[in-house]
Design a protein around this ligand. Structure first.
Ligand SMILES: Cc1cc2nc3c(=O)[nH]c(=O)nc-3n(C[C@H](O)[C@H](O)[C@H](O)COP(=O)(O)OP(=O)(O)OC[C@H]3O[C@@H](n4cnc5c(N)ncnc54)[C@H](O)[C@@H]3O)c2cc1C
Length: 802
């Protein structure tokens, strides 16, 4: 084994092999993969090898498409067969809701160029005669589905990488990792050490253990997973290979395996494997079968596909593989560690392995993953992902793998975990809670405890009239909203203003003022949006998306300068917001400061005493009304809440929640991180031009942003008034124009203050003209969508400035 390498990849499963291949493809030749045993010695060797393109996150779906297309390339380079069988696949719907879900999946696939088709039960049965028609209501057909040989794929990646210059060392275990002062690593193994500039943790089943070598606890857990292979079936003799099928109600997947069928299940009562530590002596082993655990699924399976039941079981496989809490991979650099990268938690290695390798190699070589991979960025998790939290969430995700997640559905595992001091008070007001970064927050308020439950649906739900009442209260009186679930940063030091000016695209505000600002990467794309509040010349309070806290910190640390300190303080400061025409009178009754527009204009920020409570008050509101945001340390939140509620009685104060806020921000065409603002859009495309200050001589992304300004950008974020009846857009629906899919929805909701269904979405810039008509496909139906010239509510922004 060589003693120095530019990169050491730890782990020779399908993911590590893919990373190695992609690094060589990107031009890095001095790369070394170290494998404890033989290649495929983790979860890879006993995988069922199934692959498909459909994924809830369209950006992950794109990388899945890429993976499947890659197999031809690595077969050609390596001469090693991947055993690719593209059979096509059907997803079978047993309920009306599932058929709706499939129609939505089909619609989402449209703008990704996927040729998905909704077919009748009759058509499905022609394609897949093993099914018993009476159990199904319809299906979706995908021509690009199939299965591969896990051994063949891994070796094809590995050989292709070796041809590209990589070295692979087997039977060598990495036992420790030691960081050097210059950011390089000593990779300690049981057969000598290697000095590496970069280390990639592709340890699969042992990724947690490799993480612990550098002091991090990665949120992954392995689950036992079982599939069985039936005896040979006369029904298959002389026929072409059967399609892949997913039966959601049975929670099973099926495909042909030689003369029989392979049937796997994601059972409700899933069992974690080695929840705390993975034994190093686990190799190409299988776990004992537990058919009793999967019996309920098998029963449904044999009823829905009777020929399988008749064929009998020839073989059962029970093996572990890893999941992150949301089931998507963990990819990217780790905040706080230089040159340490992860590619783990990949639960669908044969659909995603190629995309993961591509994204990570680009990130390492070019400094940017080259695609929007927020959905699999390791930085989407923060320090709330304890071992037990991960355990609860992974089990929940596993058991729901084939369940529908409705847009208004909140999942119960690991809750309530994090709460703010007013949690019980909101509960007493019949709040329906959601969790965000494991923190409870009110979504809407029901009139009685008995009604305080979401009836899950793709259509307008039981919450609709209550959310309407909350929006109306804000429009005509005053509403109170908890705003604790934002990321917050305390930024100080003599260099703070200069640093912020470099990292953010907008100008730094004057003391006592607020500025909204996008944050751009070097390619001029949006990687954050913040509210910058200036407390003093050398002191700022920065508010942004909480889920992106680690993501932001990783970026801040990469661009850190002397004379500035950045401290995350999300849970140190919690907040309440009052919004609506009476909000000023209400707050004025509690503070000595003059809140008139003359004395405290829109976008002001100041320390005030609200009754006995010290806090910071900002004159902004995400609802687009006259409004104020109040930030206090956690110990004062209850007192502040009681004060506002008591004083608010006189003004008809009404509590409102996240659903109403979302509807109101869409009425104002205000974008939101991970929806309208993502690293695939530029600030001009996103309509944030006025927040990019070209008077500044330099800031990150300036040159690329200037180019975008000159060219106008390829896309444009547009607001739509949608002719919807009982279902509103929620996001990711295709936007049609002239019989073609031209864009996609980023957010949608019913706008109660304007009494219309609304959506925001991106279309080609050339089409973003006032007189263009569009259609938005909502649950399989194309609805007329009228482009709005400005915000649907108070387009001039007069109310918030009043
Ligand atoms: C029963 C079953 C069925 C499945 N079916 C499918 C399917 O149909 N389709 C699909 O896409 N996926 C399927 N999977 C999941 C698939 O197997 C995983 O997505 C994939 O194997 C993940 O690969 P990996 O490289 O991340 O991890 P692993 O395969 O676990 O590889 C990690 C490698 O790292 C090595 N390693 C770890 N630590 C060290 C160290 N310190 N030093 C040296 N080497 C180390 C290990 O020996 C191992 O070889 C299935 C899994 C199971 C168990």
């Amino acid at each position: 084994m060589k003693s120095h390498a530019q990169v050491v990849v730890i782990g020779g499963g399908v993911v590590g092999a893919s990373v190695l291949y992609h690094l060589t493809k990107a031009g890095w030749k001095d790369v070394l993969l170290i494998e404890r045993a033989e290649l495929t010695s983790g979860s890879t060797w006993h995988a069922a090898g199934g692959m498909h393109t459909v994924n809830g996150d369209p950006n992950v779906a794109k990388l899945q498409q890429y993976t499947i297309e890659l197999y031809k390339e690595i077969e050609r380079i390596s001469g090693q067969s991947c055993g690719v069988h593209i059979t096509g696949g059907i997803m079978l719907a047993g309920t009306r809701e599932r058929l709706d879900w499939l129609k939505m999946a089909k619609a989402r696939g449209r703008y990704l160029g996927m040729e998905l088709e909704i077919i009748s039960v009759e058509e499905a049965a022609k394609l897949f005669p093993l099914m018993e028609k009476k159990h199904f209501k319809g299906a979706m057909y995908d021509p690009i589905e199939g299965h591969v040989d896990p051994y063949g794929v891994t070796h094809a990646y590995a050989k292709s990488a070796q041809i590209g210059g990589a070295e692979i060392v087997r039977h060598t275990r990495v036992t420790d990792l030691k960081a050097r002062a210059d950011g390089s690593w000593d990779v300690i193994t049981d057969r000598g050490n290697v000095h590496a500039e970069h280390v990639v943790n592709a340890g699969g089943l042992w990724a947690r253990e490799v993480g612990r070598m550098v002091g991090i606890e990665l949120p992954i857990l392995a689950m036992e997973h079982q599939y069985l292979i039936t005896g040979d079936m006369p029904e298959l003799v002389g026929k072409k290979e059967q399609l892949h099928a997913i039966d959601f109600e049975g929670e099973i997947y099926i495909r042909q395996e030689r003369g029989g069928m392979l049937m796997g299940t994601y059972e409700r009562a899933g069992v974690p494997w080695s929840p705390a530590t993975t034994p190093w002596d686990f190799g190409q082993d299988l776990l004992p079968n537990d058919l009793e655990r999967i019996a309920p699924s098998l029963e449904v399976g044999f009823e829905h596909f009777p020929a399988l039941g008749a064929a009998g079981i020839k073989k059962v496989v029970n093996g572990p593989f890893t999941f992150a809490p949301d089931g998507n991979p963990l990819v990217g650099p780790i905040r706080g560690l230089k040159n340490f990268w992860v590619a783990c938690g990949v639960m669908a290695g044969f659909s995603q392995g190629g995309g993961v390798g591509l994204a990570l190699s680009r990130w390492m070589v070019d400094g940017d993953p080259g695609a929007d991979i927020w959905g699999m960025d390791v930085a989407r998790y923060g320090d709330w992902t304890t071992l037990a939290y991960t355990n609860a969430k992974v089990r929940e995700n596993y058991s729901r793998r084939f369940s529908i997640r409705f847009p208004n559905e909140e999942l119960p595992a690991a809750r309530p975990l994090r709460t703010t001091p007013i949690y019980e008070k909101l509960e007493a007001e019949h709040a329906v809670f959601g969790d965000y970064c494991a923190l409870e927050h009110a979504l809407w308020f029901a009139p009685t405890r008995a009604e305080a439950e979401d009836q899950v649906s793709f259509r307008r739900s039981n919450a609709h009239p209550h959310v309407a009442a909350e929006c109306k209260a804000v429009q005509t009186g005053v509403g109170l909203l908890e705003i604790s679930n934002y990321g917050k940063f305390d930024i100080r030091g003599p260099g703070a203003a200069e640093w912020l000016s470099h990292v953010m695209a907008n100008r730094v505000p004057a003391v006592g003022r607020i500025a909204l600002t996008p944050m751009l990467n070097e390619r001029g794309k949006l990687i954050g949006d913040f509210t910058m509040c200036r407390i003093a010349a050398d002191h700022f309070f920065l508010v942004g998306t909480y889920a992106a806290e680690t993501y932001y910190l990783r970026w801040f640390e990469r661009h850190m300068a002397a004379g500035v300190s950045v401290r995350p303080c999300a849970m140190e400061y919690v907040g309440l917001s009052v919004a609506g025409p009476h909000s000023r009178a209400l707050l004025q009754s509690l503070v000595r400061d003059d809140l008139s527009t003359a004395a405290f204009p829109f976008m002001s920020f100041r320390r005030m005493e609200i009754g006995m409570v010290p806090g910071y008050v900002g004159r902004v509101s995400f609802t687009g009304d006259l409004g104020f945001e109040i930030w206090v340390t956690t110990d004062y939140q209850r007192a502040l809440y009681d004060l506002l509620v008591k004083a608010g009685r006189e003004y008809g104060l009404k509590l409102f929640g996240g659903r109403a806020l979302n509807a109101m921000r869409i009425e104002k065409s205000f974008g939101s991180w991970a929806r309208e603002f993502r690293p695939i859009y530029g600030p001009f495309e996103a309509g944030l031009d006025r927040f990019v200050d070209f008077k500044k001589s330099a800031f990150i992304g300036r040159a690329a942003a200037a180019e975008e300004k000159d060219s106008g950008g390829a896309l444009r974020l547009v607001g739509f008034k949608v002719d919807a009846t009982d279902a509103d857009a929620i996001g990711d629906e295709p936007i049609w124009h002239d019989g073609k899919t031209v864009g996609w929805v980023t957010s949608g909701a019913f706008g109660h203050r304007v009494n219309h269904s609304l959506a925001l979405g991106y279309v080609p810039a050339a089409l973003a003209k006032a007189d263009t008509t569009f259609e938005i496909e909502i649950i399989g139906e194309r609805r007329k969508a009228h482009r709005l010239a400005g915000a649907a509510f108070d387009p001039a922004g007069a109310l918030m400035r009043a």
